[in-house]
Design a protein around this ligand. Structure first.
Ligand code: ADP
Ligand code: MG
Ligand code: MG
Length: 258
């Protein structure tokens, strides 16, 4: 069993233009283990992406207080690739292009980066696994020979992120708005992929603005983030309640001024 813990996390960002620094996360606490799917919901601009970027170690986010522990080990000083090797996976809101690297090359390298030098995946096993997952996601084989994300449509990028997830098999996946811009068919495919990962060796933190995704990937725990903090935690019913009453309803209920 793997664990991911965020403790009293405070994060600031500096605006490139105005050079003003502002605190975005104001003491986030979150604890999860493999086998669990957690969702974070919240209004726009509340710090959800800041949390996912900070867990992954993207530059530009300054941790001023608190810690992030992966299996009890503080990962804050580790660069992104080391966090990935340790089992974290971030599906980005806007996946980047990597020029000159095919999708298949990227996937094999990413899988092997998580395996010891004397236990690299064989070409045969890689192709078998790739074919299996392509079929599951209803993706064309030609996608894997294309350069990573180059000229991919928004929907193709999302599907490809889920292919990466299935191939790399991280301990924890942070899925930041994987539902944004997806039509219902693509949403179903993406959900099927994530659900196929469910099990004792996998945990996921699903970040979404809308409840719709959570009809397909039913979370064990739902957290609501507002004003840079988690203000409420509950089960899947909490997401439905939010859908019905809106964030404003919860704000009133909790007497929040954010
Ligand atoms: P959410 O994902 O909940 O919509 P974000 O984490 O993207 O929220 O943003 C929270 C706040 O932090 C916003 O006010 C946003 O403008 C600001 N912010 C996020 N990242 C940066 C950055 N790199 N530089 C400046 N401001 C940022
Ligand atoms: Mg946003
Ligand atoms: Mg966001």
């Amino acid at each position: 069993m793997a664990t991911l813990e965020v403790k009293n996390l405070h994060v600031s960002v500096t605006d490139d233009e105005t050079k003003q620094t502002k605190e975005i996360l104001k003491g986030v606490n979150l604890s999860m283990k493999t086998g669990e799917i957690h969702a974070i919901m919240g209004p726009n601009g509340t710090g959800k992406s800041t949390l996912s970027q900070t867990i992954m170690g993207q530059p530009g986010y300054t941790v001023t207080e608190g810690e992030i522990l992966l299996n009890g080990e503080n990962i804050l000083e580790m660069p992104v690739d080391e966090r990935a090797r340790k089992g974290l996976f971030l599906a980005m809101q806007y996946p980047a292009e990597i020029q000159g690297v095919t999708n298949a090359e990227f996937l094999r390298a990413a899988i092997n980066a998580r395996r010891p030098a004397d236990d690299q995946i064989s070409v045969m096993d890689f192709i078998k696994k790739l074919d299996h997952n392509l079929a599951l996601l209803d993706m064309d084989e030609s996608m894997t020979e294309r350069y990573l994300n180059e000229g991919f449509s928004g929907g193709e990028k999302k599907r490809n992120e889920i292919l990466q997830l299935l191939m790399i098999e991280p301990s924890f996946a942070i899925l930041d708005e994987i539902d944004s811009g997806l039509d219902i068919d693509a949403l179903k495919v993406v959900s099927k992929g994530v659900n196929s990962m469910r099990g004792d060796n996998f945990g996921s933190l699903i970040i979404t603005h809308y409840q719709r995704l959570l009809n397909y990937i039913v979370p064990d725990t739902v957290h609501v983030m507002m004003g840079g903090k988690i203000v409420k935690t509950g089960d899947a019913e909490l997401a439905k309640k939010l859908e019905a009453e809106g964030y404003a309803g919860l704000r009133d209920e909790l007497g929040l001024d954010v």
